[in-house]
Structures are given as structure tokens and as C-alpha cells.
Design a protein around this ligand. Structure first.
Ligand SMILES: C[S@@+](CC[C@H](N)C(=O)[O-])C[C@H]1O[C@@H](n2cnc3c(N)ncnc32)[C@H](O)[C@@H]1O
Length: 272
């Protein structure tokens, strides 16, 4: 299987993704659960066969499975830890689904198998995005629906700002390759349109404006610390960096009462 640095660093354990999902649940300004918003982009009949590529811990796959009681929900993920976590969640909630470890670049399913294929917040990790889109298209039935959620082009600029400012406080240059969350420039609501159009012909973009509002620094620091490539390998430096980021965030909270991080996101929706 072809891999990327991000898959190795970010998804060997499900802990980082769990922290990020929990942070979105607790500190998002928009209170409607993300899964409800995203899944409202389709009118579910209840008998669809659905594939969730890069399903992670099942944040979308489990709610999808509940919407297709007479169909089939299948998740695929590159990471063994994610597949196990998703399986455990499904068992705990008594939800039936199919799960397999595999790559978006070679989906282990015959052509025209699924009514809906989703690939949410994952295409920016895939080394060959057009190949993954071609695979999603291949396994969709004619007229099948493709949904790909991703970040807006300029997501979480405040993370960049405090990160840069923290390095400046330490008197160090911020390294060029630090910003793990910048991975989404590879596939965001702007840059993702052309490769999807090339495969599906037409695509629409549905935007979801949202922000984190952090009343204290702690939950932000927990989120920040999961962005593996944001923090340096050297643990002493990482500790100093986190302390400097805390100072930056606390200064904003002292001035404005809240540390806000804008996080525009949304989804592409296309038909085969
Ligand atoms: C940010 S998580 C998103 C999880 C889920 N789709 C969600 O929205 O909650 C990205 C997931 O994509 C998976 N992934 C990354 N590259 C992949 C690939 N080439 N094939 C399959 N899964 C991949 C990772 O292991 C991780 O679970």
C-alpha cells in the first residue's frame, strides 16, 4: 500500500483523531452535530449500499449505518488502529456494518457496487488524489452519489498565528514544514473542485461556516498538541513551544474573553 507521512504519524493510534473530534463536539460554535449536517446532503431511502472511504473511528459511518437499516454500510481505512476503534464503537452501539483495512487507491470492491461513496476529511492525505477519485467513481453505481467533506481554503488561520508568534517568543524561526493542518491545502473546498470535475463531470460545493470558541487555553492546547507535525521532535523544545503557545492564547483570552479559531469547511457533492 502506498503511504504518506501523515498516515504514519497521525493515525497509528486513534487518540489524536478522538481528541480532535471531541474538541469539535464541545467547542464548535455551530451546535448541530457535524454528522447530521453532512448526512442531510442526501435524502436517505434506507436501503442504500454506502461505502465510507477513510472512515476513521466511524464518526460518519456509524450514523450512516443507522440511516440505512435495509441497506449496507461499509467502512474502509488504511489504519489498523482506526478499523479496530470503529469496530469497537459499532459493537458498543449494537450497529451492524462491514469494515475492512485497505487503501483508497485500490478499493477491494467490484465496479458499480455502491449507491453512495463518501470520502470525508481524508483525500488530502492520499498521495494520488485523482486515482482515489477514479476508484470512488468505479465502485459507484450509475447515478450514484459521491460526497467528500473537507476544509475551506483558509482554515484555522489563528493556529498559524499563535504558532508563529510562539516561535518568535522563543527567538526561533518557525520551521517551514511545521503546519500539520496545512495538509488540507492539497484538497480543500477550492483546490478539490477541479480533480472531482475531471472524474465526475459536475460537482457542487456546500459550505459550512463554523468556528471554535475556546473560553480557556487547555482545550485548545490539547487540540494543538495532536497536530503531530506542529510540535518539534525534541521534547524539551516541544514543552517550551507549548508554554509559549499557551501564553499567546491566554493573552487573547485576557483581551477578548475567548480564543476563536475560524474553521470553514463543507463538502463536494457529485453524481456518477
Ligand atoms: C481525518 S480522518 C477522517 C476520518 C473520518 N472520515 C471522519 O470524517 O471522521 C482521516 C482518515 O483517513 C485515513 N486514511 C488516510 N489515507 C488513507 C488511504 N490512502 N486509504 C484509506 N484511508 C486513509 C486515516 O487513517 C484516517 O482514519
Amino acid at each position: 500500500m502506498t503511504t504518506t507521512t501523515c498516515e504514519r504519524d497521525w493515525y497509528q493510534s486513534d487518540a489524536g483523531l478522538r481528541t480532535r473530534i471531541e474538541t469539535h463536539r464541545l467547542y464548535s460554535r455551530v451546535k448541530e452535530p457535524w454528522a447530521d449536517w453532512l448526512l442531510s446532503l442526501n435524502e436517505w431511502r434506507g436501503d442504500e449500499r454506502v461505502l465510507d472511504v477513510g472512515c476513521g473511528s466511524g464518526a460518519l459511518l456509524l450514523p450512516v449505518a443507522q440511516r440505512v437499516p435495509h441497506g449496507l454500510a461499509v467502512g474502509l481505512d488504511y489504519s489498523q488502529a482506526m478499523v479496530e476503534r470503529c469496530q469497537a464503537e459499532a459493537r458498543a452501539q449494537g450497529i451492524r456494518l462491514g469494515l475492512t483495512r485497505g487503501t483508497a487507491l485500490a478499493l477491494p470492491f467490484p465496479a458499480a457496487t455502491f449507491d453512495v461513496v463518501m470520502a470525508n476529511h481524508m483525500l488530502y492525505h492520499v498521495p494520488d488524489i485523482p486515482a482515489a477519485l477514479a476508484e470512488a467513481h468505479r465502485v459507484l453505481k450509475p447515478d450514484g452519489l459521491f460526497i467528500a467533506a473537507t476544509n475551506g481554503a483558509n482554515t484555522m488561520p489563528q493556529i498559524d498565528q499563535v504558532h508563529q508568534a510562539a516561535y518568535a517568543r522563543l527567538g526561533l524561526p518557525a520551521p517551514d514544514d511545521y503546519a500539520g493542518h496545512r495538509i488540507s491545502t492539497r484538497f480543500n473546498l477550492d483546490s478539490g473542485r477541479a480533480p472531482i470535475e475531471a472524474v465526475f463531470g459536475q460537482v457542487s460545493v456546500v459550505r459550512h461556516a463554523d468556528a471554535f470558541d475556546f473560553p480557556t487555553a487547555e482545550p485548545f492546547l490539547r487540540y494543538y498538541a495532536t497536530l503531530a507535525t506542529l510540535t518539534p521532535d525534541d521534547s524539551a523544545l516541544a514543552e517550551r513551544l507549548l508554554a509559549a503557545v499557551r501564553d499567546e492564547v491566554e493573552a487573547v483570552i485576557a483581551e477578548r474573553g475567548m480564543f476563536t479559531v475560524d474553521k470553514p469547511s463543507g463538502a463536494f457533492v457529485a453524481r456518477k
